[in-house]
Design a protein around this ligand. Structure first.
Ligand SMILES: [Zn+2]
Length: 329
């Protein structure tokens, strides 16, 4: 396969804190020999495990970038055993535009793996992670939130894996992250995900959904900051005691967790995040946006459980995910 065109401006194998860029040549109208400059920090202190920490895989999700900018600016190499690779914005063009997907090529980073060294900008970034950064890592944390269109109960998550030892190691890392909720997550569309790419390389992988709505809160950022420190302690990279509180274990047993709109309209929430709902209970009603006197369409819970995610904007379109119900275990 062709070499990836991305060039790091900092070393990966030298002790100390190095702040620089992953420079991806990107020739365009306003910059003939221009580049995409993705911020990266590498903090290394001798031999030991490597953690790869990423945020803004989707560009409108903010807990990850904030927690990782803070970590990159404050982590003292003397505290570290091994190496921490920090990329606050995995889909950097999307992050700068405040959009889920890249404004350059409309690439959704989490559907672009394994990527291609001669593909679009998004595919080139994915290929660099697939073949260069992920192989360096022992443990990978990729932060997500709901972005502009979803809102979540704050949880850390892992997937059911064929390799049960890898799954157990990922569950242990998720527990160390210690978000208020811990989820065994079912994906509706796992092909092309960074998660899948990392897991297929046999790495310990933890992801999150920490909030949403295209913003972050003091609480959700607190969860993100505490979680990454705990994860690094768990991995043996930082010393100290885990800062832990209670976490509720959640599971998504099957596709009945997901509820989708079948028409456009004005959404009336009938349950809020964290509410315990019964099977058949109305989760939301969708009103016709264009006339009065028409009864709303009710979206009823397909199973009992906890409302874990919800559609965020006030208007909904056919096919939008309106609600996700998870089950407490
Ligand atoms: Zn996301």
């Amino acid at each position: 396969m062709k070499p990836n065109p991305i060039m790091p401006t900092i070393p990966f194998d030298q002790d100390g804190a190095h702040h620089g860029f992953l420079r991806l040549p990107y020739s365009r109208d306003d910059s003939a020999w221009g580049s995409v400059m993705m911020p990266i920090t590498v903090i290394r202190n001798g031999d030991g495990p490597t953690a790869l920490l990423t945020g803004a895989n989707h560009g409108d999700e903010y807990e990850g970038p904030v927690a990782l900018m803070d970590l990159a600016a404050t982590l003292d190499p003397a505290e570290v055993t091994g190496r921490v690779i920090i990329v606050p914005a995995l889909n950097y063009p999307a992050f700068r535009a405040g959009t889920r997907t890249s404004p350059i090529d409309k690439g959704n980073m989490n559907r672009s793996f394994p990527g291609a060294p001669d593909g679009t900008v998004t595919q080139k970034i994915a290929d660099y992670f697939q073949r260069t950064l992920v192989p360096m890592a022992d443990i990978v944390l990729d932060y997500h939130s709901g972005g502009k269109t979803l809102d979540f109960l704050p949880f850390a998550a892992v997937h059911v894996l064929e390799d049960k030892a890898q799954e157990a190691a990922s569950v242990a890392a998720m527990k160390a992250f210690n978000a208020p909720w811990s989820m065994m997550m079912l994906e509706i569309d796992a092909v092309g995900m960074f998660d899948t790419a990392v897991e297929e390389q046999g790495k310990v992988f933890v992801t999150t959904e920490l909030g949403g709505g295209g913003t972050a809160t003091a609480r959700s950022i607190g969860i993100a900051k505490k979680g990454v420190r705990n994860l690094l302690i768990h991995a043996g990279i930082l010393k100290g005691a885990l800062e832990t509180g209670p976490t509720v274990n959640l599971d998504m047993p099957d596709g009945d967790c997901f509820h989708f709109a079948e028409g456009d309209g004005l959404i009336e929430p009938m349950s809020d995040l964290g509410d315990v709902v019964a099977k058949g209970q109305p989760l939301a009603r969708i009103w016709a946006p264009d006339r009065t006197g028409v009864p709303p369409v009710t979206i009823a819970a397909k199973r009992a459980g906890l409302l874990t995610a919800r559609h965020f904007p006030g208007l909904v379109k056919a096919g939008d995910c309106v609600a996700v119900i998870a089950v407490e275990v």
